[in-house]
Design a protein around this ligand. Structure first.
Ligand code: ATP
Ligand code: SF4
Ligand code: MG
Length: 347
């Protein structure tokens, strides 16, 4: 067992405080009306702008050294949660604790260090890379600004390019001269060059060919060992998440509805939504039964259903589900789920 895995396992038993903890995080989008707009709304001459409830009181923690997979349908709030975890978006409400301390209280050097220690890797490396800068300049840019390069810049850049599996002899070329896979590596080198502890990967392999995806996923896992990294790994692809994660959190319309170690989620999904989601994953294993595709549309986060957000699509919904949001309960060690059925079976 590797050092990183040993530590992740120790952490799983509560021996270590989380690297990052999100407490009761909500995030809304939508412009707050200015005075003129408020008067117009009060007079009935205008309607309030719609508000998107992207996140609704999310609790989630990530232990040092672990890979937490984050899954859910499009628009459920994964990227919003990822951006808040990476510190590039502020929550509307709630607290973000970095190494046990409220990130809101950070100033000066502590703020800068915390900002650098959490980096985000996006899906589209071309959009993230300035097309006029060559690879060396791109990788050197942030560590130079923050005074992280002690020796020769060229050597520093080469080191991080090599770590990302990119041939440093090509560093004078521009991003568009490379394939998608190579650009993904430049993007990774750029994130690594500020010496982060925590990477938020948001669909970062989704745009790549399947064979290249596998290479980049392997790279992420090698880097985790080499550099002691912690990951929040956002993906639509349950196969990828199963392969890469230690723990998985499942989101539905702005809420984390289930969270457990990866084997536990796939072997014993508790929440009806997770059960349906997993039933839709094509399995190669013979004899594995597949269930009907998920019924119904994903409701809009502009107007989420009352009670349990999943009730319009849930085959087990009963009266209470329509009015009362289910509390999240620990149903097995490290396995949390938010469904009223867990109360009934406990009763
Ligand atoms: N800057 C923004 N302004 C307004 N609405 C936003 C903004 N960012 C996200 N949203 C809305 O918040 C909700 C959650 O979006 P988010 O991007 O977090 O979802 P997601 O799970 O990452 O989706 P996808 O799988 O498609 O990437 C969506 O309804 C989205 O339209
Ligand atoms: S709380 Fe009710 S509607 Fe929600 S998942 Fe559980 S049974 Fe279904
Ligand atoms: Mg997204």
């Amino acid at each position: 067992m590797s050092m990183t895995q040993e530590r992740a396992n120790a952490a799983a038993y509560g021996a270590e405080r989380p690297l990052l903890e999100l407490r009761q995080i909500s995030r809304r989008f939508g412009s707050s009306p200015d005075l003129a707009a408020r008067i117009a709304i009060a007079l009935g001459a205008a309607k309030p702008a719609p508000v998107v409830h992207a996140l609704d009181r999310v609790d989630l923690s990530i232990r040092r050294g672990e890979v937490l997979g984050l899954v859910g349908e499009s628009g459920c709030g994964k990227s919003t949660l990822g951006r808040i975890a990476a510190g590039i978006l502020q929550p509307s409400e709630g607290t973000v604790l970095w190494e046990g301390e409220d990130r809101n209280g950070f100033r000066g050097r502590r703020l800068r260090d915390a900002d650098l220690k959490a980096q985000m890797i996006f899906q589209n490396p071309m959009a993230a890379l300035n097309p006029r800068m060559n690879v060396e300049t791109l990788v050197a840019e942030a560590p130079k600004i923050h005074g992280l390069i002690k020796g020769p810049v060229g050597e520093y850049v080469d080191d991080y390019l090599r770590k990302a599996g990119f041939d440093p002899t090509m560093k004078r070329r521009l991003p568009h001269q490379f394939s998608g896979g190579q650009r993904a590596r430049v993007n990774i080198a750029r994130a690594l060059a500020v010496q982060p502890d925590f990477l938020v990967c948001d669909e970062s392999v989704a745009a790549l060919d399947v064979s290249i995806q596998a290479q980049i996923l392997n790279l992420f896992m090698d880097l985790r060992e080499q550099l002691d990294l912690t990951y929040l790994f956002v993906s639509h692809d349950l196969g990828v998440v199963e392969h890469i994660s230690d723990r998985v959190a499942i989101m539905y319309l702005g809420r984390v509805i289930e969270e457990a170690p990866v084997e536990e989620v796939f072997a014993r999904p508790n929440h009806p939504y997770t059960q349906q989601l997993l039933a839709e994953v094509p399995r190669i294993r013979p004899g594995k039964r597949r269930f009907a595709a998920m019924k119904g549309e994903l409701p809009s986060p502009l107007n989420p259903p009352k009670g349990c957000h999943f009730h319009p699509r849930c085959p087990f919904a009963f009266e209470r589900c329509r009015t009362e949001a289910p509390a999240t309960r620990e149903i097995a060690p490290g396995h949390r789920s938010a469904c009223h059925l867990n109360d009934q079976s406990a009763a």
